[in-house]
Write a protein that binds this ligand. Sequence first.
Ligand code: EPS
Length: 362
Amino acid sequence: MTLALATAGESHGPALVAIVTGLPAGLTLDREAIDADLRRRQQGYGRSPRQQLEQDAVEVLAGLRHGRTLGTPLALVVRNRDHKNWTWGMSPWPPEGEPSGKGTKAVTLPRPGHADLAGVLKYGHTDVRDALERASARHTAVQVAAGAVAKALVSELGVSVAGTVLEVGGVVESWEAAIDAARGDRDTLGGVVEVRVTGVPPGLGSYASRDDRLDARLAAAVMGIQAVKGVEIGDGFALARLRGSHAHDEIETSRRRRSNRAGGIEAGVTNGEEIVVRAAMKPLPTLMRPLDSVDLATGEAAQALVERSDVAAVEALAVVAESAVAWELARAAREKFGGDALEDLLAAHRAYLDRIQWPRTP
Ligand code: EPS
């Protein structure tokens, strides 16, 4: 039994959609909790004016009845309100009538750092928009909706997942001024986020093969988010500079650890301590003062595409990374505890905790 997620949707198309399979029946979902995560993702200083247009909210088309999962595929939709300005430009079918609104002219100026150039080369597009629309981080809205479902599932097991911003543009607190300065310079900023997970017992994930290692899955899930260029678990890169005697987490008789340099995962398996995942986000590649590029229509040197975008989206990344981590924990929990009905899963979880005596009773 595993969880799987398929998504579709372009940034300025009609909607973003997700299909989640492998949920147990009987899980209660709270529409307000999902929408609250969608709103958190939209907030944060330095976002594009696009966020005033969008008011993301989840619609459920299948898999749920009266707020409880049916154990069948769950279909989620988040509509793009901005689509009303792109109905000709992003029409799924050949558009009717005269071109109007946005997206009517082909984009031929790829932005360094975006999917633009590789996308048109790889897929044989002539309009960069055919690549950038799907590559856009707009897609993270529906990932967050799916992540909110995963959070609901793992919270039944006493697991909570929280993402926070550690720094933006190298500034550790009060980064609004740095974002204002970057906006004034028509530039962008990246940053670092951290996700912490509590309530996970030892034994999620496996060392048996690379694909089963929970740290590998978490790293892939977080690296898969737009603009992420680095992921570390626990003390990550800092461990490379320590001696072994200072790099590991000694074991108490309670089987808890005296420290948590491993970030809650050893050999791809949870060890019962808090899981700590950090991600580094590069500065966003859509610049109001564009970098050098090539005009794909003429082959001449040109400046890259300039269009409305965020100055920084690190606060959004904290929410998206939280949802990606929650998703991978839910997947690992489904694999370990199984069950068609939620109560089967909860019973398997309880039986496991009893067997390993976790938490240890004195
Ligand atoms: C993005 C570019 C901007 C962001 C977008 C991600 O889109 P637009 O050009 O429509 O302003 O706003 O993020 C979102 C729309 C969102 O909801 O997060 C990009 O190029 O990745």
